[in-house]
Ligand binder design. Sequence first.
Ligand SMILES: NC(=O)c1ccc[n+]([C@@H]2O[C@H](COP(=O)([O-])OP(=O)(O)OC[C@H]3O[C@@H](n4cnc5c(N)ncnc54)[C@H](OP(=O)(O)O)[C@@H]3O)[C@@H](O)[C@H]2O)c1
Length: 322
Amino acid sequence: MLAVTCTSQSATDPLSGLEVGERPEPVAPDGWTTVRLRTAALNHHDVWSLRGVGLPADRLPMVLGCDGAGIDDEGREVVVHAVVASPDWAGDETLDPRRSLLSEVHDGTLAEVVTVPRRNVVAKPAGLSWEHAACLPTAWLTAYRMLFTNAGVQPGGTVLVQGAAGGVATALVQLGAAAGLRMWVTSRDEARGEQAVALGADRAFEAGARMPERVDAVMETVGAATWSHSVNSLRPGGTIVISGATSGDAPAKAELTKIYFKQLRVVGSTMGTRTELERLTRFVVDAGVEPLVDSVLPLTRAREGFERMVAGTVSGKVVFTV
Ligand SMILES: NC(=O)c1ccc[n+]([C@@H]2O[C@H](COP(=O)([O-])OP(=O)(O)OC[C@H]3O[C@@H](n4cnc5c(N)ncnc54)[C@H](OP(=O)(O)O)[C@@H]3O)[C@@H](O)[C@H]2O)c1
């Protein structure tokens, strides 16, 4: 089968270990299902794997990809849930200390076929296109849990999203706006900020700008570059939800004094549960939310999508058709 594989890793030249070519088709073990993918999508996670972060070298070669949608072995249209919990785990899969994401232990979705545990698929609603379905399992699910499970905000509340154009950032803006939250974004680029406003953000600010008023919650995926700004932008008692650190995880100042003096809550957030993925798929259809798609490429041209993500020029999701 055709697949996008990580064959070696380099912190400085991640694309050197990317291979688009033939791989043996996987065979589903007992209790697993085979999904013939129709669409898949790219995440920063795939670039981290190529850089050697989160994927030990002794597991290579590894088929990349966490996002995918296709037809399972019973002929159903499904969206793949990328969080693989231990077989005996019950409850919130993201809290299983032995969980992994597809492409960390088991081959991922940037392929013609992926095998996953039977509980790792949810029904694709008829009203959800294949392209939009592939956007949901990682960046969008992460955004859903950040906003609706972990932020503690209510309709009318103000939420600041650090970064405007990324997969998680655009999902946060579109989901928050659809749920009646006042969404503000920062961006290093004016045009990307304006695009966020077109997607439903109330206002866009340049990176590091002082907010006109303190916000109820900050959604953080940028990390070191924006950490102090996130702490300074919150109202007393507000919440930072952090799910990533694209610019590094060692900020110049940890801001410990401000965190305890303003009684801020700092909440870590990772992916989401199968139940949250089901609710997300229902919500986007019912609310008429269409995930922002940067580009749609055949899987054979996957390298072009990776190049755009490494260059930092992606707006929304890069989708691959299989
Ligand atoms: N914990 C989880 O479960 C989980 C799930 C998904 C993603 N993540 C993590 O979240 C992060 C974002 O993922 P993604 O897929 O949305 O990636 P992406 O599409 O590459 O997003 C990059 C985003 O970072 C923003 N950014 C702002 N300042 C930056 C800086 N100094 N350097 C680099 N980027 C900067 C960009 O905003 P502007 O260009 O508008 O300035 C853009 O919104 C990644 O680190 C990823 O690993 C974690």
